[in-house]
Design a binder for this molecule. Structure first.
Ligand code: GLU
Length: 291
């Protein structure tokens, strides 16, 4: 029988808040209730925003909360070579292409189209889709630009990728916390357009590293916030392209701030360290998040 494996995967680019506490405690509760193991993964590929200080604070907060995980902790910044190898495969299979438009170029391109009365399509988070301009560049032109040193990112050619995997892509989503019944959710990665899979300064991306790590670490159950529900479509597509096993998912409710909005790392009063300093206890935190 395969060992069930859950994971909590914070990014050390800020302090943990009540939303993270809920996610970590829920993963722990589900792991304990299913004789499963809980892993901790530090998602620190963005080396410009992630710091060892934030990581240390995360470990401190989790320990204080009573969350226990199976060692070793996996730190993504120590595995860039593995992500690079997967990217090379996608490059060789022509499923990604070098995209040269800067943020400013994209903005200018889109506002020009919108001025001419055409609504530009947006992804589920509201960001405009990447224009299919340099997907059409010839190999010669691409190579010339790369040789010239023009910066680029590797973007997934989502149409080519969908053609490769065929129709009927879906993921398993649990219906509730008892994890007894699941439904198939149709995956529509096209809704995100040609997403970035690697940048010049960061040779991977959230989606690429997360699917590789979930597979490498034998994660069977991904339990994370509802804010990542639609992103799962992209991750299912990458799992399929890279021949990786697919975990089952449960996207839990979000803990909202007093204004009814998603908590952010800048909201100091819902930060765990601030709550602890103000006298909160671990059981008080559980109570606050409804566990
Ligand atoms: N590192 C992501 C975050 O902190 C979570 C990724 C995931 O659970 O898949 O939002």
């Amino acid at each position: 029988m395969t060992l069930l494996t859950f994971r909590f995967a914070p990014s050390p680019n800020g302090d943990l808040h009540l939303g993270h506490a809920y996610s970590a405690l829920l993963n722990q509760q589900l792991a304990n209730g299913n004789q499963a193991r809980l892993l901790l993964r530090i998602e620190d590929i963005d080396t410009t925003r992630c710091t060892p200080e934030f990581e240390a604070a995360i470990l401190r907060d989790l320990e204080w909360l009573g969350v226990r995980w199976k060692e070793p902790v996996r730190r993504q910044s120590e595995h860039f070579g593995e992500y690079q190898a997967a990217l090379e495969r996608l490059i060789a299979e022509e499923l990604v292409y070098p995209a040269f438009m800067s943020r400013g170029d994209i903005r200018a391109f889109i506002s020009d189209r919108e001025r001419r009365g055409r609504d530009w399509p947006r992804d589920p988070d509201g960001a405009p889709l990447y224009p299919a301009v340099d997907k059409a560049l010839s190999r010669k032109e691409r190579n010339a630009r790369i040789a010239e040193g023009i910066p680029f990112a590797w973007r997934l050619d989502v149409a080519a990728a969908m053609a490769r995997v065929g129709t009927g892509l879906s993921w398993m989503e649990f219906e509730n916390l008892s994890l007894s019944t699941a439904r198939h959710v149709p995956a529509q990665p096209q809704d995100w357009g040609d997403i970035v899979l690697a940048r010049r300064d960061i040779p991977t991306s959230y989606h690429l590293s997360v699917v590789l790590d979930d597979a490498l670490q034998g994660v069977t159950h991904v339990v994370r916030g509802m804010d990542l529900f639609h992103a799962t479509a992209v991750q299912r597509l990458l799992q399929q392209l890279l021949g990786l096993p697919q975990p089952a998912y449960f996207h839990h409710r979000l803990i909202l701030g007093p204004d009814g909005r998603k908590l952010s790392k800048s909201l100091k009063d819902t930060g765990l360290a601030a709550l602890r300093a103000a006298g909160a206890t671990p059981s008080g935190i559980r109570h606050m998040v409804g566990l």
